[in-house]
Design a protein around this ligand. Structure first.
Ligand SMILES: NC(=O)c1ccc[n+]([C@@H]2O[C@H](COP(=O)([O-])OP(=O)(O)OC[C@H]3O[C@@H](n4cnc5c(N)ncnc54)[C@H](O)[C@@H]3O)[C@@H](O)[C@H]2O)c1
Length: 317
């Protein structure tokens, strides 16, 4: 197959490109970012990377026409963007998704759209099922623009599905692993990782009792590959995540223990980190029945194992 991956130079996209290359297919990545994470694939004749924005309609159209399957991962991601540059978040994540779906509809190509657990917002009824309510804050709080942009992308997916397009929506829950960006100030694991490597204290925001379920990247990629292959997944939203729920305080303590670091874990008030417009979510855990039954995948890499592999990778960089 010919597989197009928008945003394929990023963390998840680079692993996904590798997975499809390993399966013997032809891959094109469309991403304006540096090719640092996909450089090792460049020598492969079945791989090419095009450094362009998904918003370039002419290029996008040609690549969608070329492909058999489109993965749409391109997005402005990261809490610092949600509160720092909401315009860019909304433009790329909504308009880019509409453009990808429009081109895919014109050429009748299947699309896998990568959405997020953020769409559930601060719904307190965990675990989140795919048809659970979205509970979001006010539009005057920039923090919600990412969740809103991804939800709009999902609505576009389902609108196109009604018109006959084959579309799958995946909602990732806190995926982590090698190739996360050490400079990323928006993901808790990368922030802790940077602090560990610099020998600084790990800063837990607030009381640290907020929980997340972290999914190892290999598990998430297996689910993503299956979403592209299995017809049963078409027309559905599917959570992709682990059921192993941990508090952020526990995560920090595990990372210190596994890395053998002398760093301490300290707590900082939320206002000291996010001065304005940020609201945290107390618990975020997926219901994973669809992932298990429709995609045939479990995100069962134990957190300690995944963290060990991730920490070792960061230390080697
Ligand atoms: N990693 C997670 O835990 C997680 C959780 C929920 C959702 N997601 C979604 O999965 C996808 C991949 O996320 P990731 O974790 O790999 O993040 P990432 O930031 O590493 O990857 C996103 C990629 O999109 C690219 N991009 C941004 N604007 C673009 C544009 N205009 N045209 C083309 N490419 C553009 C970026 O350069 C980047 O390489 C995103 O859609 C994200 O919303 C990820």
């Amino acid at each position: 197959m010919k597989v197009l991956i928008t945003g394929g130079a990023g963390f998840l996209g680079s692993h996904l490109a590798e997975a499809w290359i390993d399966r013997g297919h032809e891959i094109t990545v469309l991403d304006p970012a540096s090719d640092l994470k996909i450089r090792h694939l460049r020598a492969n004749p079945r791989f090419r990377a095009i450094r362009e924005s998904v918003l370039n309609r002419e290029i996008l159209e040609g690549l969608v026409a070329w492909s058999d399957l489109v993965y749409h991962l391109a997005a402005v991601v990261g809490v610092e963007h949600y509160v720092g540059d909401p315009y860019q978040v909304l433009t790329v994540n909504i308009n880019g998704t509409q453009d990808v779906l429009t081109a895919a509809f014109r050429h009748q190509k299947k699309v896998v759209f990568t959405s997020t657990s953020e769409v559930y917002g601060r719904n307190t009824a965990v675990p989140f099922h795919e048809d659970s309510d979205r509970v979001l804050g006010s539009t005057t709080t920039d923090r919600w623009c990412y969740a809103t942009s991804k939800a709009a992308g999902e609505h576009f997916c389902f609108a196109f599905a009604r018109m006959g397009l084959r579309v799958v929506v995946l909602r990732y829950f806190n995926v982590y692993g090698p190739r996360l960006d050490q400079m990323d100030r928006g993901r808790v694991i990368t922030i802790f990782m940077g602090q560990l490597l610099r020998g600084e204290p790990l800063t837990v925001i607030g009381d640290g009792v907020q929980t997340r379920a972290f999914a190892y990247v290999e598990d998430a990629v297996r689910a993503t590959v299956q979403a592209g292959l299995r017809p049963e997944a078409e027309g559905l939203a599917i959570n992709v995540g682990s059921e192993e729920e941990v508090s952020i305080l526990d995560l920090a303590e595990r990372m210190v223990r596994i890395s053998g670091s002398a760093s301490r874990v300290i707590r900082v008030p939320q206002e000291a980190v996010y001065a304005r417009g940020y609201e945290d979510i107390p618990r975020r855990v997926p219901a994973v029945r669809r992932m298990r039954e429709i995609l045939g995948v479990r995100a069962d890499t134990p957190l300690d194992d995944g963290l060990k592999r991730t920490i070792e990778w960061f230390k080697r960089q």
